[in-house]
Ligand binder design. Structure first.
Ligand code: ZN
Length: 90
């Protein structure tokens, strides 16, 4: 059983402010995240190992976006999201 089977997935957009490394302007960006919420029950066919893992499973969010485009028309720089944290427990 894949670990994803323990969760229901939902895409969310969180607004975060980042500073463009090139033009130093700060802008708000809508960052896409995938929220994984633990299911109420394990699906059929779960093994002992699945049960053990499921018991410890926690809700978390995974960041989908990696790169941003600066909205400044004189810049348009492409840069990586400065915060390297891509998984957040909720
Ligand atoms: Zn810029």
């Amino acid at each position: 059983m894949d670990e994803r089977d323990y969760y229901t997935e939902r895409q969310e957009t969180k607004t975060t402010t980042y500073v463009c490394p090139k033009c130093r302007q700060s802008y708000e960006f809508g960052i896409k995240w995938l929220r994984r919420t633990r299911k109420k029950e394990l699906p059929r066919g779960a093994s002992e190992l699945d049960r053990a893992k499921f018991a410890k499973a926690r809700d978390y969010m995974v960041r989908i976006d990696d790169m941003l485009y600066c909205p400044n028309p004189r810049c348009r720089s492409r840069f990586e999201i400065p915060n390297s944290q891509t998984v957040v427990f909720v």
